[in-house]
Design a protein around this ligand. Structure first.
Ligand SMILES: Nc1ncnc2c1ncn2[C@@H]1O[C@H](COP(=O)(O)OP(=O)(O)OP(=O)(O)O)[C@@H](O)[C@H]1O
Ligand SMILES: [Mg+2]
Length: 255
């Protein structure tokens, strides 16, 4: 049986004034998987994400999502198709409560249907759905706190809730654990595992122990190119991967 691929790129390339940040990347992400994109600083991971969500136009190459060529689509259309990047699209308002933040995200999702807002019943449904999302990310005890009062890890959980409000089929996470302590890392790791149950996740992550325990498949980028691919045991033993990380001085801790 052929693999069920939700997202693939072919020859994806991005040049910045003669410098090639992403170079001929062929990526295949299996539906339902947690796929990691790793590599030393400057490898081109974030640029790849920017290409996938169409924040940047590629110089060359194609992107296919759910069998559809999305290379020429606009960012809003990509999100509408269910491919959503967290921590960028999902702004969190620090002065508003946890519940209000999630409600606003839900309202944005349904923003196109004005009539929806006229009925009291719809507003009640919205409230119930917001509470359900808050519960899903483990923030029920903090419903009435403002986002600004949350710890760093819980703020990330709230950002994930506001992203989930958009009902993504595939979620892109760029360094979800960046700047976190061990306790928050464990919490967000569990949350990512939970939300992955019904969707596909592609994540950039420097914390390799998180990658090892969370991700089914790993693509290693170095200098814009795919260096290795496979499960953690395979890529972590690959001499080219070891070399790339050593050559870059460890590959993380730059934030
Ligand atoms: N808008 C831009 N203009 C010019 N060069 C850029 C631009 N964006 C990224 N680059 C360069 O492209 C290369 C890849 O950057 P990118 O941010 O994709 O790396 P990364 O793998 O995400 O690194 P990190 O792990 O540090 O986040 C870097 O050399 C960077 O300086
Ligand atoms: Mg980056």
């Amino acid at each position: 049986m052929p693999e069920d691929i939700i997202l693939s790129t072919s020859g994806l390339t991005k040049e910045f004034a003669g410098f090639t940040a992403v170079s001929g990347v062929d990526l295949k992400v299996k539906r339902g998987s947690i796929h990691a994109l790793i590599g030393p600083n400057g490898a081109g991971k974030t640029t790849c994400f920017n290409l996938l969500t169409k924040f940047l136009p590629p110089t060359r190459g194609t992107i296919v999502y759910n069998g559809r060529d999305i290379t020429g689509e606009k960012p809003a259309e990509i999100a509408r198709l269910g491919l959503v990047r967290s921590f960028q699209i999902s702004a969190v308002f620090p002065q508003l409560s946890v519940l209000t933040n999630v409600r606003i995200a839900l309202q944005r999702k349904r923003g196109d249907s004005f009539d929806f807002w006229r009925s009291e019943r719809s507003l009640k449904n919205l409230d119930a759905e917001a509470r359900r999302l808050v519960e899903a990310v483990g923030l029920s005890p903090f419903l009435e706190l403002t986002a600004g009062e949350l710890s760093y890890g819980r703020k990330r959980a709230l950002e994930i809730a506001t992203t989930l409000a958009l009902e993504p089929e595939m979620l892109l996470l760029d360094e979800p654990m960046a700047g976190m302590g061990r306790e928050d890392i464990e919490r967000i790791e569990a949350l990512i595992r939970k939300v992955s149950a019904e969707r596909t996740i592609l994540m950039v992550e420097h914390n390799l122990s998180v990658v090892a325990s969370l991700c089914d498949r790993i693509t290693v980028l170095a200098r814009g190119q795919v260096l290795a691919e496979g499960d953690y045991a395979t890529v972590s033993k690959d001499p080219r991967v070891v070399e790339a990380y050593i050559g870059s001085g460890g590959g993380h801790g730059h934030h």
